[in-house]
Write a protein that binds this ligand. Structure first.
Ligand code: PLP
Length: 408
């Protein structure tokens, strides 16, 4: 039967998320009966804390099962305001808060609310896979700025200045970042802010979804708190997915200047009206309730991070910059490129390398090119120590079998 093609340009400009595609491939292999050492997962392996679940059940029984205000229940907004005040000393009004079905939706809506065709968004690479496609889907142009490992995978004032044009609307800063886990110091944020202050049209979207999964001293620095002069040009995004193991609840938020938040809320009112009332009750409990879960889970992540760093470091062809936060390692595999597998296949790219790990050792990782950084791969340590140990042993064995020249 013939059919008429009705897909819009914006869909043809983008691709499904590579991490979703990797997860799908792992599911397929598992369903065929293979044991897979899966290091692709982008979510905590812990269960949502019991008091959060209880708050959701209570909300259901209390009849909190109807539409809420577009910008969330008063309880959730108060919880968000308290977090920003207590953690960063930031004060904000209700008109400055928006909520959505995950930080992902909030970021998408902020771009949708602000971009016209040809507007540019600076995306430092390595980047979270969704940013360039979100920009493209909203008619904008992603301007990818390479931030090499030698510079700590961080955007520098010089590189930022060079990338800014008359069309720049946003700079996206994700710290601690996915995939590298690196974060900016307060001084580094101040230096970037100086450049942004020279360009009054430019706004900064900060993605702080991993802010509490933090291995440094004190707290992860936050641009809005570090540079109050940018207060009317920073849109801070965060959520409960990673910190409280609540990825499936789909609840994120954004805080920024009231005019921008109003625009986002106008779109939200036409898109989903509001996020789930039950998830809002759960998120309120997560943000205001006991925080032991966060402390305990971060202690576990820290142990796994140290274990994985040590195991990767033992492999001749691999090296890795230690992450400041999050639950990923972004591993440099450039020394493996150009080497040959036992069956004589050359590993030309990071994608070849990831395929080799999967096919030879059943270890699933995501290739660095998906994050705009060829020559790397990402592993998630949001998994058990056993799986992590087995997977790293598999990676080491696969690397040990590589040789500089094809077998004669
Ligand atoms: N931002 C980054 C950097 C992420 O890695 C993710 C999830 O993988 C998100 C945002 C999305 O978070 P949420 O579950 O709140 O939509």
């Amino acid at each position: 039967m013939s059919h008429t093609e009705i897909t819009a340009q914006r869909v043809r400009r983008i691709k499904p998320s590579p991490s979703t595609a990797a997860a799908q491939r792992v599911r397929e292999l598992k369903s065929q009966g293979h044991t897979i050492w899966d290091l692709t997962v982008g979510e905590p392996d812990f269960d949502t804390p019991d008091h959060v679940k209880a708050a959701a059940v209570e909300a259901i029984h209390a009849g909190d099962t109807k539409y809420t205000p577009v910008n969330g229940t008063p309880r959730l907004r108060t919880a968000i305001r308290h977090k920003l005040l207590e953690r960063h000393g930031l004060e904000c009004s209700d008109q400055q808060i928006t909520v959505g079905g995950g930080a992902k939706q909030v970021i998408f809506l902020a771009l949708m609310a602000t971009l016209d065709a040809g507007d540019e968004v600076i995306v430092p690479a390595p980047y979270w896979v969704s940013y360039p496609d979100m920009v493209l889907a909203n008619d904008g142009t992603p301007v990818v700025v390479d931030c090499p490992e030698a510079e700590g995978f961080k955007l520098t004032p010089g590189r930022l200045r060079a990338a800014l044009t008359e069309r720049t609307r946003w700079v996206i800063l994700n710290a601690p970042g996915n995939p590298t886990g690196v974060a900016y110091t307060a001084a580094e944020l101040r230096a970037l802010a100086e450049v942004v202050l020279e360009h009054p049209r430019v706004h900064v979207l900060t993605d702080e979804i991993y802010d509490e999964i933090w291995y440094g001293d004190g707290e992860a620095p936050c641009l809005a708190a570090v540079e109050p002069r940018l207060a009317d040009r920073v849109f801070l995004t965060n959520g409960v997915s990673k910190t409280y193991a609540m990825t499936g609840w789909r609840l994120g938020y954004g805080v920024g200047p009231a005019h921008l938040v109003t625009a986002v809320n106008t779109l939200q009112s036409q898109i989903s009206s509001c996020p789930s009332s039950v998830s809002q009750a759960a998120a309120s409990a997560a943000l205001t309730g006991p925080q032991d879960f966060v402390k305990e889970s971060v202690a576990v992540y820290r142990e796994r991070r140290d274990l994985a760093l040590r195991l990767i470091d033992e492999v001749a062809q691999l090296s890795c910059t230690a992450p400041d936060g999050g639950f990923y390692l972004f591993v440099n595999c450039r020394s493996a490129l150009g080497q040959f597998t036992p069956d004589g296949t050359e590993i030309r790219t990071d994608e070849d390398f990831a395929r080799y790990l999967l096919e030879s050792r059943r270890v699933a990782v995501i290739h660095g090119s998906a994050y705009g950084a060829p020559g790397y791969f990402r592993i998630s340590f949001a998994t058990s120590t056993d799986i992590l140990t087995e997977a790293c042993a598999g990676i080491a064995a696969a690397c040990a079998q590589l040789s500089p020249a094809a077998a004669a």
